[in-house]
Design a protein around this ligand. Structure first.
Ligand code: C2E
Ligand code: MG
Ligand code: MG
Length: 870
């Protein structure tokens, strides 16, 4: 509403102004009359411009320009962005791209909201272009929301559409004025404040005012050198409109009747007035556009400045012109600082060359824009990863003006990406390369090895009995232990070596380019020494032992082959007593293969009844009388002879075949007992932890019943870790077994990490001290102290105590001295088949320390009686 009022005021002012000019002109006419001349009539002899004149005046390359633009557009998506770019590049101010029926596909900014509108019925030149001929129109094409344009239409090859390009009425003073001159008359100029013509039109169109001083005409119509000049300011602008015509053409003798002259003059004035009103309307419309432009520029500036991504104009030398706030924030510089820098100053040195190359290509027009990921160096020296897109802005004449750069911070995304990559390649617990990366590195090392001097050695390493740490101290402690071991292994090797974690407690070390095998084994010695140093975890001082297998790469080896060989060597190291390393030999592979075939063979062996039990006496240390037997499993292998549990038990446990095998053992043990129904001694059967919690009680009960043997003849041995690991149903099961009257011994005590006190919480009835302690008896004070402490514990529990692996008299008497009642070992008897056993007395029984003390005293074997139970 306000703008309508403003416009009407301007129109009125302009009309008054022009009326004044007319009045002055009229008084000049009157003056002439009074000077004896006939009255003058101003004739406006203007004519509409033709298309041909338009073209000749404003360049006949217009169609050529349009053709270039059409070509440029032809290969691109017909997006508005492409159209706008090509419009500007070709020096037009307006353009529309129409489909073959005349619907607008895309438009330059002056014609928003036209998408889909059918312009064919509105313009003859568009209809002509659709019919296939180039056409031009000075018609003002108008439609709702459409800024009038003077346009050239070009049929597009191939798709039958039309491209119109030209000058829009509001943005081009040229077109604006032409429109005026075609309405209001003869030769005219639009002059700026300095009096220089900006545009011109009308008869004999000419850019020069031919020496006419437009200022002179301001005071009133003036005749100079035979030309009449009238001039009027265009309100709201510094421009003026100047109309000139040869005096002879515009001033002719008046007829005898003055009123006709005055009438003509009046009509002329009226026509001029109408022209001026139109001019004023055009002017105000232009101002509106200019205001809108200024407003949109401000909006544009604000939009850029508040954009969530970094944006900047960059001059052709690479200097930042208008970095936005986000750009400054990302880089840590003030806008004023950035303005003194070029993109090269803040680009990561490794990225500068690539950037410069792309900028050159942009300038040479080889690429329309580019996008890439690159690094900047922030003000604080840190690296900023960004996605940068750059395009080059040209002026209307197609001359490059500046670059526009958009920058998106990729630091977080890259960190996430790197994290993902890391996770795929590295072990999350230790940070060491995982199996995948290890195989990759080993494969490369093998390729290098074919060129390089020296050996390529691979060590497969493993912690002995690591599972016990997990089982007794929990997985958290296990994890901490693995982390510490990883660090120690890394410290033991060179920077060029790789330490990887294969999973669990398995590590692999790649030693490329070692000069000799001795050097490789010395690395293993170092690693072993380092890993086996005591490690404090959660307040516990742990000592783990370390085994390894070493293999050396041959010319035809693959990574997998080399790893398999090192694994075979590790297997050998384990078999040979652990806490050692072995170097791979071809024989090891057959061992490893054997291990693999064991599982298959075990199935067959159970079906074929290839298992038997050997029995080893458990004796009273004081008198060495047998009081019970331990049943030990043997496999009578059809080709390999009698096998000890060590060669198949692991496989049986891992494959859970031990569950079936355990039942075979129970059955045979019960049958053995059944053959001696009148005795009271027990047979102790070993139980693997996996047997528990799977209706083991039911199995025991059924086997006892089937053989007709009371539970009081049976004992079970479960390893320390098995007992400590037992939870829930397993513990209930153990309690039920105990309630049935079955003795439960904790086997191999001392090999796990259980606190002595934890024994109290389990339903066991006795402890078997592992033979590793027995072996050290008399060799160091600590072992003696430990055995005597455990004996105290056993006594305090009123439990049975058996020392395993007694091989010498000295071990026997020391065990006795420390308070142990029972023992087992080669000193007394080796495990043997039933047929060769010497059976104990009918009433032989395991006794608890209290009873034993009495017996010892009675036998007067030693003066050191074991402690009585607390
Ligand atoms: P274990 O239960 O600790 O059995 C004692 C092992 O020590 C037996 O080995 C035995 O022959 C050996 N041994 C006995 N006295 C001495 C000695 O003075 N010096 C030395 N160096 N060794 C001695 P074996 O028979 O090879 O059994 C090894 C392990 O296999 C057993 O250790 C037990 O854990 C397991 N095992 C044996 N039979 C079975 C079974 O039927 N079921 C399950 N689950 N495990 C069994
Ligand atoms: Mg045992
Ligand atoms: Mg044992």
């Amino acid at each position: 509403m306000l703008s309508v009022v403003r416009t009407s005021l301007r129109v009125t002012a302009a009309a008054l102004c022009w009326a004044a000019v007319v009045v002055v002109a009229a008084s000049t006419v009157a003056n002439s009359q009074s000077q004896g001349r006939d009255a003058l009539v101003v004739r406006f002899a203007g004519r509409a411009e033709t298309s041909a004149e338009f073209i000749s005046a404003y360049g006949d390359d217009i169609f050529a320009r349009e053709q270039r633009m059409a070509n440029a557009l032809m290969n691109k998506a017909t997006t508005s962005a492409a159209l706008i770019r090509e419009t500007e590049r070709s020096g037009f101010t307006a353009a529309l791209l129409l489909d073959k029926r005349g619907h607008v596909l895309s438009s330059s900014p002056a014609h928003p909201g036209l998408h889909g509108v059918n312009l064919a019925p509105r313009s003859s030149y568009i209809t002509a272009a659709l019919a296939g001929s180039q056409s031009v129109s000075t018609d003002i094409l108008s439609a709702p929301g459409l800024v009038p344009i003077v346009a050239f239409a070009l049929p597009l090859e191939g798709n039958g559409g039309v491209l119109t390009a030209g000058f829009d009425f509001e943005h081009s003073p040229l077109v604006n004025f032409l429109a005026v001159s075609s309405i209001s008359g003869t030769q005219g100029y639009l002059v700026d404040a300095a009096g220089t013509p900006i545009v011109f039109g009308g008869d004999g169109a000419n850019t020069s005012l031919n020496g006419v001083d437009p200022d002179r005409a301001l005071s009133g119509p003036t005749v100079v050198d035979g030309r009449l000049i009238v001039s009027a300011p265009i309100s709201g602008t510094s421009w003026r409109l100047v109309l000139t015509a040869p005096e002879s053409a515009v001033v002719s003798p008046a007829t005898s009747s003055d009123w006709v002259a005055w009438l003509v003059l009046g009509v002329a004035a009226l026509a001029t007035l109408v022209g001026l009103v139109v001019l004023q309307l055009v002017g105000s419309s232009r101002r509106r556009v200019m205001d809108a432009q200024a407003q949109s520029e401000e909006q544009f500036r604000l939009t850029i400045d508040h954009a969530p991504i970094g944006m900047s104009l960059v001059d052709l030398d690479g200097r930042f012109l208008r970095p936005n706030s986000q750009m400054c924030r990302m880089l840590g510089y003030e806008a004023s600082e950035l303005s003194t820098m070029t993109f090269r100053d803040i680009t990561h040195p490794d990225d500068v060359e690539m950037d410069s190359g792309l900028v050159r290509k942009l300038l040479n027009g080889l690429i329309p824009h580019y996008e890439r990921e690159k690094r900047y160096i922030r003000c604080d020296g840190s690296t900023l990863w960004v996605r940068l897109s750059v395009s080059l802005v040209h002026n209307a004449a197609g001359k490059p003006l500046h670059f526009v750069g958009q920058v998106q911070d990729m630091t977080e995304m890259r960190a996430a990406q790197e994290n993902l990559e890391r996770r795929a390649l590295y072990d999350s617990l230790t940070g060491l390369p995982n199996r995948g990366l290890l195989v990759d590195r080993l494969t490369h090392a093998l390729v290098d090895h074919r060129r390089d001097e020296g050996l390529l050695a691979v060590a497969f390493c493993d912690l002995d009995h690591f599972k016990r740490v997990n089982d007794s101290l929990g997985h958290h402690a296990g994890d901490l232990l693995l982390q510490e071991v990883a660090l120690r292994l890394q410290d033991s090797v060179r920077g060029s070596d790789t330490v990887a974690r294969m999973g669990g407690d398995e590590f692999v070390i790649i030693l490329p380019r070692v000069t000799s095998l001795d050097l490789a084994t010395s690395v293993l010695d170092r690693a072993k020494l380092s890993v086996e140093r005591p490690i404090e975890i959660d307040g516990h001082l742990l000592t783990v032992s370390f085994s390894a297998g070493l293999a050396v790469g041959g010319p035809d080896d693959s990574a997998e082959m080399l790893l398999r060989d090192a694994d075979s060597a590790l297997y050998a190291a384990k078999k040979n007593g652990r806490s050692r390393w072995e170097i791979y030999t071809a024989a090891m592979r057959s061992h490893a293969l054997l291990h693999l075939s064991v599982e298959g063979e075990l199935h067959v062996a159970i079906e074929n009844d290839e298992f038997e039990l050997h029995y080893q006496p458990i004796v009273t240390l004081a008198d060495r009388r047998t009081v019970a037997f331990e049943a030990l499993l043997r496999w009578r292998h059809p080709t390999r002879g009698l096998l000890l549990p060590a060669s198949f038990l692991d496989v049986a446990e891992e494959s859970h075949l031990i569950v079936d095998l355990g039942q075979v053992v129970l059955r045979q043990a019960c049958q053995f007992l059944a053959r001696h129904p009148d005795e009271s001694w027990r047979v102790f059967v070993n139980v693997a932890p996996v047997q528990l919690g799977r209706d083991f009680n039911g199995v025991v009960r059924r086997e006892l019943e089937a053989a007709g043997v009371p539970a009081s003849r049976l004992g079970l041995e479960i390893t320390e870790n098995g007992v400590l690991n037992a939870a829930g149903s397993s513990l209930t099961e153990m309690q039920e077994l105990r309630d049935m009257g079955i003795e439960l011994l904790m086997d191999d005590f001392g090999t796990g990490y259980s606190a002595l006190s934890s024994v109290l919480t389990t339903p066991i009835t006795g402890i078997k001290l592992d033979r590793s302690f027995t072996a050290r008896l008399g060799q160091d004070e600590a072992s003696d102290r430990i055995t005597s402490t455990v004996a105290d514990l056993v006594a305090s529990l009123g439990a049975h105590g058996v020392v395993e692996g007694i091989e010498t008299d000295d071990q026997c008497s020391r065990a006795l001295h420390h308070g142990w009642v029972h023992g087992q070992g080669y000193l007394f008897a080796r495990p043997a088949p039933e047929a060769s056993l010497t059976l104990p007395d009918a009433n032989a029984q395991l006794v608890s320390p209290g009873h034993a003390a009495d017996e010892v005293a009675e036998a007067e074997l030693v003066s050191l009686s074991p402690p009585s139970p607390a």
